[in-house]
Design a protein around this ligand. Structure first.
Ligand SMILES: Nc1nc2c(ncn2[C@@H]2O[C@H](COP(=O)(O)OP(=O)(O)O)[C@@H](O)[C@H]2O)c(=O)[nH]1
Ligand SMILES: [Mg+2]
Length: 256
């Protein structure tokens, strides 16, 4: 059960993929409610549990009673962060979607700024991407991100300093048009540009992980990321002719 009527279409859906975040998720939900209470048109929060092995699901079930904007979707087995994002965006009921990591490292107070920027810009194919200028991670994480961001931006030319930031805001329809594959959440700016969209980076806060451990290490962050980069480069070549400009042809006016 959720506190929102099924036909409620808010202005913004906040999608949060989680895996084993039992101690982090409720404080984060409280912060989202505090940050978005004044959003015109209202909001919903869609948390996607990706078959957590800890008590995350039980914690979320209890949270539904105290967080009326919360909806919880669940995968039967672990499919990864990208698949969870896609499930959340598919299930979202708003035209605009913001994403956040579920461990509390992103600050929900930044969402209103991203929202104002996205909705105040004409042309709807816009993604606003968070840029964590001051990373609150250990040296190994910062070093591997620095290498990955450097190689990626040089090869892809996506003009985005921090593609891996979990805080982003975009039109739901734009996201659903992108190609979807495991780990594609690290390449969203390049994929959006290939789909004819524009990406704007905005500085956002970043905080240390309060509980639990990172899900990514050298294997699934750096090496997998480099292999995926080759795939995204291939996609870019194949998308090189761009998005077609389509006009509808009307019939000739009847002659008398
Ligand atoms: N749904 C899902 N979420 C995941 C998975 N792995 C990580 N996450 C979530 O993705 C976000 C970022 O993961 P995290 O471990 O904090 O990565 P880091 O901040 O880059 O070290 C957090 O909300 C995690 O709970 C997964 O396999 N499935
Ligand atoms: Mg994290």
């Amino acid at each position: 059960m959720t506190g929102l009527p099924a036909d409620f279409h808010p202005s913004l859906s906040v999608v949060i993929p989680v895996h084993d975040e039992e101690a982090n998720i409720v404080p984060l939900l409280d912060e989202v409610d505090a940050a978005l209470g004044t959003l015109p048109g209202g909001y919903e929060v869609v948390v996607v549990d990706d078959a957590s092995r800890d008590t995350t699901v039980a914690v979320l079930q209890r949270a539904i009673a105290t967080h009326p904007h919360l909806r919880v979707l669940r995968h039967g087995r672990n499919h990864g962060q990208s698949a969870a994002l896609l499930t959340g965006v598919r299930g979202a009921r708003a035209e605009w979607v913001a994403t956040l990591d579920g461990d509390g490292q992103n600050d929900p107070a930044d969402i209103q700024r991203l929202w104002a920027m996205a909705t105040g810009t004409p042309g709807r194919l816009l993604m606003v991407a968070g840029h964590r200028r001051k990373r609150r991670d250990n040296w190994f994480r910062r070093a591997s991100s620095w290498i990955a961001n450097g190689v990626r931006s040089r090869l892809l030319g996506d003009s985005t300093p921090d593609t891996g930031c979990g805080l982003k805001l975009f039109p739901r329809a734009l996201f659903l048009e992108l190609p979807h594959f495991d780990h594609y959440h690290r390449f969203l700016p390049a994929l959006v540009q290939q789909a004819g969209g524009t990406v704007v980076s905005v500085e956002v806060g970043h905080r240390p992980r309060a509980h639990g451990r990172s899900h990514y290490g050298i294997h699934n962050r750096l090496w997998v990321g480099l292999v995926d980069l080759v795939g995204v480069l291939w996609l870019k070549r194949r998308a090189a002719r761009g998005r077609p400009e389509v006009t509808e042809v009307s019939g000739e006016p009847n002659e008398r």
